[in-house]
Design a protein around this ligand. Structure first.
Ligand code: NAD
Ligand code: IPM
Ligand code: MN
Length: 356
């Protein structure tokens, strides 16, 4: 039997609450299938670990994680630890060390999910964001000169390499071609006269290899307006690290909220483990209250199943989420219900059993 070895980093705040529902669902899938299984290994890394040890993960954390087939992550961040430390020393270091250069984030309004947009149906909100995930505005390059002095200066560089831009843009073209969808690039070359001019140039260059893919190019300000006013114009979308971060929270807002927004950090070459995580944070405002919606994490679990080739199970999980949303009997407060996090997980498990 094939055993997928999964490193679980539940992390902070609502992370452990939602991740236990994701694990519950994956265990059920393996049990029903019978031809594969998961072996989950838990790592206690995160802000509590930092407060005890001064580190967000073990010193050889990256070495330890290398041995796994995938990482399943809850959320990272706590109000009493500076965010740039907690995120850089755990989440971002994993994305970079494992060259997870594709961040795949569906922005899809499922049947039964709420949207604040008027006269919009699920067919109108059906996008996949391909976010660059290792460089760009998140390269971590810069300096802080004359710190604390009256003449202090900070410089934060954007780093756009040819290799980095080409590979994410090519991935997006391949996806658009395979799915027979349009491809939209989102950039900002009118103001960012080096990085985004370069991005647009590479989008056009790589595009020559894909004459069958219909493309659009939008400036990020206009793109955010169109996502709200006319979301159906977007199908496959490719964009930089920071723009992708911001636009996918906007995407979450129009497609059911943060509790339904999933993401996969992929190393397509499979040289390193990929990482699956809901895109929301540790939500300190609701942590420990059993109010967190675990459906985004279940959706990320579905992306994990797809990545291992169990696509029928991946699709089935999405249908189960949709059934729960349509019935509206067992939902967390963010979706207007009264159910606890674990009750929503149990309901998904019930649906998986009945649809087999
Ligand atoms: P957040 O996503 O944690 O929360 C934003 C709002 O959405 C909050 O009102 C929260 O209650 C709600 N929300 C989020 N997930 C929800 C869910 N599953 N169910 C119901 N409601 C949900 O963003 P934030 O408040 O800006 O950040 C909190 C902390 O998380 C910060 O430390 C931040 O740096 C960190 N963060 C981590 C990640 C990650 O680990 N991937 C992502 C984003 C933010
Ligand atoms: C996300 C998060 C992270 C990001 C933060 C926590 C560093 O917002 O995964 O969307 O910006 O990538
Ligand atoms: Mn984000």
């Amino acid at each position: 039997m094939k055993v997928h070895k999964i490193a679980v980093i539940a992390g902070d705040g609502i992370g452990p609450e939602v991740i236990s529902e994701g694990v519950k669902v994956l265990k059920e899938v393996a049990k029903l299938d019978g031809s594969f299984d998961f072996e989950f290994t838990y790592f206690p890394w995160g802000c509590e670990y930092y407060k005890e040890t001064g580190r967000m993960m073990a010193e050889d954390g990256i070495e330890q994680l290398k041995k796994f087939d995938a990482i399943f992550l809850g959320a990272v961040g706590a109000p009493d630890v500076p965010d740039h430390i907690s995120l850089w020393d755990l989440l971002l270091v994993i994305r970079k060390s494992f060259d997870q250069y594709i961040n795949l984030r569906p922005v899809k309004l499922l049947n039964g999910a709420p949207t604040p947009l008027k006269d919009v149906s699920p067919q109108d909100v059906d996008m996949i964001f391909v976010r660059e995930n290792t460089e760009g505005e998140y390269a971590g390059s810069g300096s802080w000169l004359f710190k604390g002095k009256p003449n202090e200066v900070v410089i934060q560089d954007g780093v756009f390499s040819r290799k980095g831009c080409e590979r994410v843009i090519r991935y997006a073209y391949e996806l658009a071609k395979a799915q027979n969808k349009t491809l939209t690039s989102i950039s900002k070359a009118n103001a960012l006269n080096y990085s985004m001019v370069f991005w647009d140039q590479i989008f056009a260059e790589v595009g020559k290899e894909y004459p069958e893919v219909k493309t659009y190019s939008y400036l990020v300000d206009a793109a955010s307006m169109f996502m709200v006013k006319d979301p159906k114009r977007f199908e496959i979308v490719v964009t930089s690290n920071l723009f992708g971060d911001i636009l996918t929270d906007l995407g979450a807002a129009i497609a059911g909220g943060m509790g339904l927004a999933a993401g996969a950090n992929l190393n397509p070459e499979r040289a390193f483990p990929s990482m699956f995580e809901p895109i929301h944070g540790s939500a300190p405002d609701i942590a420990g209250m059993e109010k967190a919606n675990p459906l985004a994490t279940v959706w990320s679990a579905s992306q994990l199943l797809d990545f291992f080739g169990h696509t029928q199970w991946g699709e089935r999980l999405i249908s189960c989420i949709e059934e729960v949303l349509i019935e509206k009997k067992v939902l967390t407060p963010d979706l207007g219900g009264k159910a606890k996090t674990s009750e929503v997980g149990d309901e998904v498990v019930k649906k998986i059993r009945t649809t087999v």
